[in-house]
Design a protein around this ligand. Structure first.
Ligand code: MLT
Length: 409
């Protein structure tokens, strides 16, 4: 008899966004004539950059001829894409990386979910709260999170609350943690850390021999100068941090799937006998065994965003979403709601009125204004009393949503 991995049984029935999809489906069945505006899951609505489309068409044609055909590619990604990443995303900011420190993948969700495999199951973990659910759920699956308690927290996870009371800046823990997840610009709150604030976390990690998993999927949305685009802008971070990047939100690749992870050679973790092992070596081994590379077509499409045309097209789309964010911030504020985020990130985090619970306000927005959102508590206990809206919608939908909310409130 095969035995199941019982850690999976500890997880709530379904993933947050699947839960929401169910609720929305039920609404649609009972209200077939209502036009829903979807500002829930952070999925993009604008087409891919024309430069990527052109590059992908060309790549398809290459696959049609034996002379230019590509079969299995390198598990770590093609050199052409890795070189473009290093040149534009890092060297341009004064960060030196070697090609073997960059691993192209099918996105930051898979990489942030899988990275824990290269570290022992009994490491302690810390997360900001609220948090992107993948970090905690993937640790539950391998038994690292412990058990779910009545307060909605997992017994072996240290939660670092981020609420309006601390201006969404998590306090440095008063104990040591082995693995720390940070996501900035933050999903879900849309808030950021300045360079000096992020430096405190790098200093903490170096002093405590902690590894930081830094999710920078929303880096392209940063508008303000003192907000770091990469954790490696902070001195010493190459000794303690692994960084995750994504083309999903940068260039509309949510359906195409491409991202990358930077594992500097200096980042190490210990064996029980105290030997230090570079995590780059382990991640490379893991990827070579379990991953056969991102498709050639996709990587050519990603490479094209670094051309001058591609850069201009990406910027125009990001400007479009950030204008949505501005419209939403202003519209919600005029409706009397307290809003956060949306300045360096495509997410708006708002306080529910009259201390309504997140799910109650989610239901009211769905049934009374026909708007899909994401309840803050779905991202962790400190998200209770908040709600997330994305700025990835179509412009007309964002404007209409603001009208509906104002009329409804
Ligand atoms: C979100 O809505 O938080 C994101 O779209 C989820 C993701 O990027 O996987």
């Amino acid at each position: 008899m095969a035995l199941v991995n019982e850690h999976f049984l500890k997880l709530p029935g379904s993933y947050l966004f699947s839960d929401i999809a169910q609720k929305v489906k039920a609404f649609q069945v009972t209200h077939p004539n209502k036009r829903l505006i979807r500002l829930g899951i952070g999925d993009v609505t604008q087409p891919l950059p024309a430069a990527s489309i052109e590059a992908m068409h060309k790549a398809v044609d290459e696959l049609s001829k034996a002379e230019t055909f590509h079969g299995y590619g390198p598990e770590q990604g093609y050199d052409f894409l890795i070189e473009a990443i290093i040149k534009h995303d890092y060297a341009a900011r004064g960060i030196t990386l070697s090609p073997s420190e960059v691993f192209v993948s099918d996105g930051a969700k898979s990489d942030t979910g899988n990275i824990g495999e290269i570290l022992r199951h009994d490491n302690s973990i810390g997360v900001t709260d609220p948090v992107y659910p993948v970090y905690v759920d993937s640790n539950v699956m391998c038994g690292r999170s412990g058990d779910l308690q009545a307060d909605g927290k997992w017994s072996n996870v240290t939660y670092l609350p981020c609420t309006a009371e601390n201006n969404f800046i998590p306090a440095i823990p008063d104990k040591r943690i082995d693995i720390l997840y940070l996501c900035y610009p933050n999903n879900p709150t849309g808030t950021t850390l300045t360079k000096s604030e992020l430096k405190k976390w790098v200093d903490y990690a170096l002093a405590n021999d902690t590894i930081i998993f830094f999710d920078a999927a929303y880096e392209a949305y940063i508008r303000e100068d003192d907000v770091p685009h990469s954790i490696y802008e902070i001195k010493g971070a190459k000794r303690c941090a692994i960084e995750f990047r994504s083309f999903s939100k940068t260039a509309g690749f949510t359906g195409v799937r491409c991202g990358y992870t930077v594992v500097p050679k200096e980042v190490t973790a210990a064996t029980l006998t105290g030997e230090r092992v570079p995590l780059n070596k382990l991640w490379n081994r893991r990827q070579c065994t379990k991953f056969n590379g991102t498709s050639y077509i996709t990587q050519r499409g990603a490479e094209a965003i670094y051309t001058p045309e591609g850069q201009a097209q990406v910027k125009a789309t990001i400007d479009y979403y950030m204008e949505n964010a501005r419209i939403m911030r202003e519209g919600l504020t005029e409706s009397g709601l307290k809003v956060y985020g949306g300045v360096n990130a495509p997410y708006i985090w708002l306080k529910t009125p009259d201390n309504l619970s997140s799910w109650k306000f989610f239901d009211q927005l769905l049934y009374e204004a026909n708007i899909v959102s994401t309840p803050g508590v779905g991202f962790g206990p400190s998200g209770e009393g908040y709600l997330r809206l994305t700025a990835f919608g179509k412009r007309e939908d964002c404007i209409e949503a603001m009208k509906r909310i104002r009329a409804w409130l």
